[in-house]
Structures are given as structure tokens and as C-alpha cells.
Design a protein around this ligand. Structure first.
Ligand code: SF4
Length: 216
């Protein structure tokens, strides 16, 4: 059986832990925008549009100069682009402060609760931002984290929302691993323990895995 302890003892050694996120960004603001865009969209799809968008609009002020119609033109291949564009422009209005391209979140936003007061930033987004930018031990539950937690039996059928899974994982995963939980589970779920055809033949957990989806 794959216990959280065994998973985090074994899996990180098989990943490139130097990469903190596969979402393209050039500063704190663009990382927040990328995470907003990634809701119900793949990082790959988001990364197709963000290099050009962030070249033109790397700061809140530049995003406001681009305007909502200009922003929509850049992100129209991303799901829910209308709603996301509205949130990003509102976010830029609040954060506009004249900082340059090395834009950083002011200290007052360095907590999950403060970030969640901003437009477009829900619990999962705030968890990912605080985790990636400042190393906070917050567990962002995206599709991979949600799926693997169920596949390994760490959560039950009643844990049917990201919030419920996050609460359960906080109790089940040793706290020393919370800061890397999202990163490790996302990379492992994306490249090895994939949804449809998990790569069991090369999986470092093969010997202890009893998941129903295991390919023997
Ligand atoms: S053996 Fe297969 S199902 Fe089990 S953890 Fe590895 S990739 Fe996933």
C-alpha cells in the first residue's frame, strides 16, 4: 500500500525538485495571473499564450494599459477566458503600484487569507501562490493532487471537493512534506501516475502499489 510517508520518502528522489512550477512567469504578478489562467486548463495550454502576454503586460500597470479587450485576445484559447480576463483586470486595478518588471507582492499579501481577498484568487490559487513564491506549507489541490489522493486511498468517496481533500491531506501527510506536496504530486501525476495509462512499468512505487488502476 502506498502510504503518504512512503510516497514522500520515495517519489521526490525521482523528480527534478529544482523546478518549482511548470507555469511560465517572469515575476510574482505574472505567476498569479498564470495560476488564475490554469484553473480547469492545462499548464501546457497556459504556457502557449503567456510568453507573449507577459512580454507585453508583465506588471499590473501594463496589464491595465493592455485593457480587457486586449487581454481577451491573448487568452481566448483558454477555458473561461471571459471570466478570467475580468478577474485579472480587477486584480491589476488593486495591485497597480508602478513597480517595474521585477514586480513583487507587497508583504501584506504574503498570507493565504490576504491573497484570497483579491479578485480571481480562491483557496487553491492562494495555496499555490504562497507555496511556490514563499515556500508556505499550503497544499494546493488541483486535478492531479485530487486524483492521486483518491487513487491511493488517502481520502474517501465523501471527500469530493478540493477543500475536503486538502483538509484530509493536511492530517494524513506528515507536516514536513506539506511544502512540497503540491509540487511532487502534480509532477508525479502528470508524468508517471497519469490518469489513463499510468507508467507502472517504470514507477518507483510499483512494489508497494495496490491501486485498482495499476497495470501489472
Ligand atoms: S504502480 Fe502505477 S498506479 Fe501505482 S503509483 Fe505507480 S504509476 Fe501509479
Amino acid at each position: 500500500m502506498i502510504t503518504p510517508q512512503k510516497f514522500f520518502e520515495i517519489v521526490p528522489q525521482n523528480l527534478n525538485m529544482n523546478i518549482r512550477s511548470e507555469l511560465y512567469s517572469v515575476n510574482d504578478f505574472t505567476f498569479a495571473v498564470a495560476v488564475i489562467l490554469s484553473a480547469q486548463a492545462t499548464d501546457k495550454k497556459v504556457n502557449e499564450v503567456t510568453p507573449e502576454l507577459f512580454r507585453i503586460a508583465p506588471t499590473p500597470n501594463k496589464m491595465l494599459e493592455l485593457g480587457i479587450d486586449g487581454l481577451k485576445q491573448h487568452i481566448r484559447v483558454i477555458s473561461f477566458f471571459n471570466n478570467k480576463a475580468n478577474s485579472i483586470i480587477k486584480l491589476a486595478e488593486i495591485l497597480a503600484d508602478g513597480q517595474g518588471t521585477d514586480w513583487k507582492f507587497p508583504n501584506k499579501y504574503h498570507t493565504r487569507d490576504e491573497l484570497m481577498k483579491l479578485p480571481g484568487i480562491g483557496q487553491k490559487t492562494a495555496n499555490v501562490i504562497t507555496n511556490v513564491l514563499w515556500g508556505a506549507p499550503n497544499i494546493g489541490v488541483d486535478t492531479h493532487v485530487f486524483r492521486l489522493a483518491h487513487r491511493y486511498g488517502w481520502v474517501g468517496a465523501a471527500d469530493n471537493t478540493p477543500e475536503k481533500v486538502e483538509e484530509k491531506l493536511r492530517k494524513k501527510i506528515p507536516s514536513k512534506y506539506h511544502a512540497i506536496t503540491n509540487h511532487v504530486m502534480v509532477l508525479f501525476g502528470r508524468y508517471t501516475c497519469t490518469a489513463l495509462r499510468p507508467k507502472c512499468e517504470t514507477c518507483p512505487l510499483f512494489d508497494i502499489c495496490n491501486a485498482a488502476d495499476k497495470k501489472c
